[in-house]
Ligand binder design. Sequence first.
Ligand code: NAD
Length: 485
Amino acid sequence: MTANNNHRGLYIDGTWHTDTNDDIESTNPADTTEVVGTVSKGDHDAAVEAIEAANAAEAEWSDLSAHDRGAYLRDAADVVESRFDELVTLVSREMGKTEGAARGELQRTVDLLNYYAEVARDAGGHAPPSASDDTVTYTAREPWGTAAIITPWNYPIAIPTWKIAPALVAGNAVVFKPASQTPTIASELVAAFDEAGLPDGVLNFVPGSGSEVGDELTTNDGIDVISFTGSYEVGSTVEQAAADAGKRVQCEMGGKNPLIVDETADLDLAVDLTVQGGLSGLSGQACTATSRVLVFESVADDYLDRLLDRVDSLEVGDPLDGVDMGPKSSASEMESDLEYIEIAEGEGTTLAAGGERLTGDEYDDGYFVEPTVFTDVDPEMRIAQEEVFGPVISVIEVSDFEEAVAVANGVEYGLSASICTNRLDHAKEFIGDVETGVVKVNQTTTGVEMQMPFGGRKHSSTETFKEQGRQAVEFYTHEKAVYVM
Ligand code: NAD
């Protein structure tokens, strides 16, 4: 194995701890003979210690002005920026997304830190005028206390940032548990805050298993508020456990995102949106990934010819080699895709492209799955209903707009949706009728802007509070109505 020169610890009360019983070793999914990093593995006790450190730090942290708290975020952004290229490479090597996608993620990380530093300048309440001239009325926002942040591996630094940044500027202390597939890049975010001089205990980092560290963070009385992103399977249990324990909780979960291609669509654009949204960059491993294309029968053949030509030209390989698509992030993710491909074939679909694990010298040490397209897909099939989270596109033919909307909405998820059209009436009706948290016209289902609220409906999100944007701070704060004579 390639030498591993990167061993990070748990980060509790401002100190790195590598003296744990166990480690998590992450390998490069494009070449598993390469160890990317080793991070100490925390357990129940470490989680408890981190929660206690956060509880002890939160009062002093919340006493700082939001301006002062924001300054730490700006400094952390400078640290990330100073190591930009190194961290881009680390994201690609640990998670497998292409260099371009990793670059986008790192830029978003820097931007988020700077954005929430700015939000801190006026993250307070508002001041609706009182009915009485003698009274001053305003609302104040106060932190909840200690936040647990539990994150997935597919945006291993940007998602933690968009949760941790608003939690911190709002005056909360944080205990952060990253996904076990990507603890190294997650530890670099924590290191940036450490280098920025964040006071001890304000941010704590406990990598470890979901059933141990995650469970402790979900149930421990020292946690006041939980922000989780991951699968519906886990998120729904976190949501229930948090509700039972009386904690505020926000869960962002899966998606089964449709792209509608109507009879007026620019078909080259539709192909671009399909490939960018569902295949290239992250190999379909985005919660907002395009996984269903609902194409009007009248243009289906033409669209499909162009799509298959494009898919055929996609280069798959080492994500740092300028390819279109890298590997799946882990063996289990690859196996899961191959299982879904088998299920789809068994359901009577037609495999129009891909469908196999890639083999050969370039691929044998990695987890590469071919970009895959199924046609003759019925909306009720499992391949059209369940989140695959891989480079697998289901093309479903629809006869008209009403059917397209019904199929788009006929799944348990409701995260993102897009329509490719030149008809304003279709665009307007789709915006109104689709049951998702994000809707786009002539854009990919993936990709969101940080000042916009993010979240979904149905099984995609708890929907109580959105992430990102200024309103993210609301999730981490109580609002108090103040009357002064
Ligand atoms: P996952 O649900 O397996 O894990 C997410 C996190 O939860 C990890 O840190 C994991 O260790 C932790 N966890 C596992 N069991 C736990 C438990 N019992 N208690 C507490 N925490 C526990 O998801 P994943 O495989 O890391 O990520 C992929 C999923 O994330 C996909 O479903 C994807 O759609 C979703 N996702 C959603 C969004 C969004 O914003 N909606 C964004 C990215 C990813």
